[in-house]
Design a binder for this molecule. Sequence first.
Ligand code: AQP
Length: 332
Amino acid sequence: TPRVFSGIQPSGDLHLGNYLGALKRFADAQEKGVQSIYCMVDLHAITVWQDPADLKKSTRELCAGFIASGIDPEKSILINQSQVPEHAQLAWVFNCVARMGWMGRMTQWKDKAGKNAEAASLGLFAYPALMAADILIYHATHVPVGEDQKQHLELTRDIAAKFNHDYGVDFFPLTEPVIEGAATRVMSLRDGSKKMSKSDPSPASRINLTDDADTIAKKFRKAKTDPDALPSEAEGLKDRPEARNLVNIYAALSDQSVDQVLAEVGGQQFGTFKPALAELAVSRMGPITAEMQRLMADPAEIDRILARGAEQAREITAPILKRTYEIVGMVG
Ligand code: AQP
């Protein structure tokens, strides 16, 4: 049976990349009626330093972000990773299945550890094994993510295949990444070759879900572009990464294809297109921001939702962990 899992780190403010690449697509998937588990991955967040008070706040804010984006805790299971201990327990088994060489080839590890890998945490190196456990502890079959997570999902399949092979079982499924739509890779507004990211030092590089209308308009106005008018076909965006990014954002926000958008805005200068884009973004994100703020006013209710989610999740995860331990040969 199909089952969807995906997660987001509570490591800072949600941005438009997280919304279009992940949250909005989660809400669309939920409407298709497939059982879905969505997770705040706090154990992943602490692979780099997080102030404890900020981590708590970001986790609750992220939960509010999920719900405000359309994830309904009555329809989907909404959890915080550390509240479902089987994630970390299975991750240990996977640490013993995955190979150092596999981990060392991960581009996210190389990007984040940089030149000073000696000083990076062991957790940052092992991150993809925990991610594999997050997915496989549910026997999830589909994982909607942004393009940046493709390599980690291939590794998840490698871990599942090696576990099945080593123990001579057909236990963990080979999970499919679901990377589709116009905005699986939203780029920085300051540099069309870098993805929009929480950790970019420039706040002007990203639109946050908590930005007000003026800030959104200002950030789009200042977004880097070229001097040409917009083309009327997708082909014309080929060597124009910044223009392509803004058109992709417009397409994703308005649920249209890039060609449909260009049929409408082709020939426009950025002086006309950018304010229209800002207006569209505000009209789509404004209600989400307002709903997030409303939910954040009652953190106890958020905690109740997460506690109930953890209970529901453990009905799935506890038997899968138990069976894994039996396969591995643990007495218990
Ligand atoms: N720019 C993006 N475009 C499309 N999708 C994106 N995602 C992240 N950035 C983009 C998707 O959002 C989900 C959750 O991301 P995460 O919080 O686990 O990932 P992240 O990579 O830590 O997010 P950031 O903003 O890029 O943080 P830093 O700067 O710390 O690396 C995932 O599905 C991801 O694909």
